[in-house]
Design a protein around this ligand. Structure first.
Ligand code: URA
Length: 423
């Protein structure tokens, strides 16, 4: 078999066979296929697409390119949750402890930031001393002991995806449904959960720009998961504006804690409840959505979800004392406010611009080796539909360096559209 022929075949829009896909995945993983040929095939896939069968074959081959975790020795139905990524998405920080409090075990492998802002691991590591680099033994032991553990993905989990993602990121081939579906589902399948709930986002701050594309992506991922014997469900959620108010690392942990204390913004609460209800249903903890909502409300209001978070932080070596302080985790010391320049109603808070601002302030990374600044970020004070008066605070930005603060302030202001109330 020759890589040249595989690229040529896809270039002409033809369907690749299982053997050709397997040859490609093995060659990428071993390093035998040079990056220029891999990139050429990725671009051909972007232009010509893949059938559902090809996407499923690619996913399976990628899942088998490294270690595949066996969770069968852990008790209960293990339910994973995955977001396709967005701005201000801190749902895992809330759902992990909340589901564990509801007696649904959560065995979660997460990544560092791929896009504009930090990933779940970056957010958790904003908690002093907390580590997500857990040995498999400690990871499983923690799930048995307290019902929840969040660890960073090991290099041996779907290694082919790591190589492909690094190339896609630099060759403008990320936003392609078969490539996103196989990337996400290969890691999910290799992580070994019995059931998976997908949060597929659309809008300016997401890979999918339209609801229709988000549904297409969700459908293909569900089909692949079910084909592999996993229980699957999904939520389609809006990412035109950031989720909740906080965008960054410490700042998002603080918002998650507020929600675990029964407070927090309504849009975040809605997405958490939608995802949580599907997780509890797939995990056979409840039999109706109403029961799920009641159970989650109980565990948020009696403090048991917050206590689970405390246990999880302590088990992973972190200092949980911030949970008892009014200010929670400290934010970076340089701050600026973005003020409304007119009276009106907020009609847009562009998630992509807020994400770029957070990145520029230090909350995300431009290369995989960059360090993230835990205390930097954006706090969005006004969301779509809110009335504002000239001079009112629309957002606050935080960073550890004065450099670029004024540019970030300007950039962030550009995310807001205010229209006169009479319209
Ligand atoms: N998340 C992933 O893991 N992979 C993608 O391709 C996109 C989002």
């Amino acid at each position: 078999m020759r890589m040249f022929d595989i690229i040529d075949k896809k270039k002409h829009g033809k369907e690749l066979t299982r053997e050709e896909i397997s040859y490609f995945v093995k060659g990428v993983t071993s390093g035998e296929i040079p990056d220029y040929q891999t990139s050429a095939l990725l671009m051909a896939i972007c232009f010509k697409g893949m059938t559902d069968e090809e996407t499923a074959e690619l996913t399976l081959a990628m899942a088998a390119s490294g270690d595949e975790m066996d969770l069968s020795h852990l008790s209960g139905i293990k339910v994973d949750k995955h977001s396709t990524g967005g701005i201000g998405d801190k749902t895992t920080l809330i759902l992990g402890p909340l589901m564990a409090a509801c007696h649904l075990p959560v065995v979660k492998m997460s990544g560092r930031g791929l896009g504009l802002t930090g990933g779940t691991i970056d957010k958790l590591e904003a908690i002093p001393n907390l580590s997500c680099s857990l040995s498999m033994e400690d990871f499983f032991h923690q799930v048995e002991e307290i019902g929840v553990a969040v660890a960073s993905q090991t290099a041996s989990l779907a290694p082919c995806d790591k190589k492909l993602y690094a190339l896609r990121d630099t060759t403008a081939t990320v936003d392609c449904i078969p490539l996103i579906a196989s990337s996400i589902m290969s890691k999910k399948l290799a992580s070994g959960s019995d059931a998976i709930v997908l949060d597929v986002k659309y809008g300016s701050g997401a890979f999918m720009k339209t609801e229709e594309d988000a549904k297409k992506l969700a459908t293909i991922m569900v089909t692949i998961g079910e084909h592999c014997g996993r229980r699957m469900d999904y939520v389609i959620s809006d990412m035109e504006q950031p989720l909740g108010q906080a965008v960054g690392n410490s700042i998002e942990v603080n918002e998650a804690v507020r929600m675990l204390k029964g407070e927090g913004p309504q849009d975040l609460r809605e997405v958490v409840f939608q995802l949580g209800a599907k997780m509890l249903l797939l995990g056979d903890i409840v039999s109706t959505e109403e029961e799920a909502v009641k159970l989650m409300e109980e565990h948020l209001s009696d403090g048991s979800a917050l206590e689970k978070f405390r246990e999880m932080i302590r088990c992973q070596g972190g200092d949980a004392s911030f949970l008892d302080t009014e200010e929670l985790l400290p934010l970076a010391s340089y701050t600026k406010e973005i003020l409304a320049t007119e009276d009106g109603v907020v009609t847009k808070v562009a998630a992509d611009i807020i994400g770029h601002t957070a990145l520029d302030l230090g909350a995300g990374r431009t290369t995989k080796d960059d360090a993230v600044d835990p205390g930097s970020g954006v706090f969005v004070c006004k969301k779509v539909g809110d009335k504002v008066k000239k001079g009112e605070v629309l957002a606050k930005i935080y960073t550890s360096s004065e450099d670029g603060l004024l540019e970030a302030q300007k950039e962030c202001a550009g995310a807001f559209v205010i229209e006169g109330q009479s319209r």
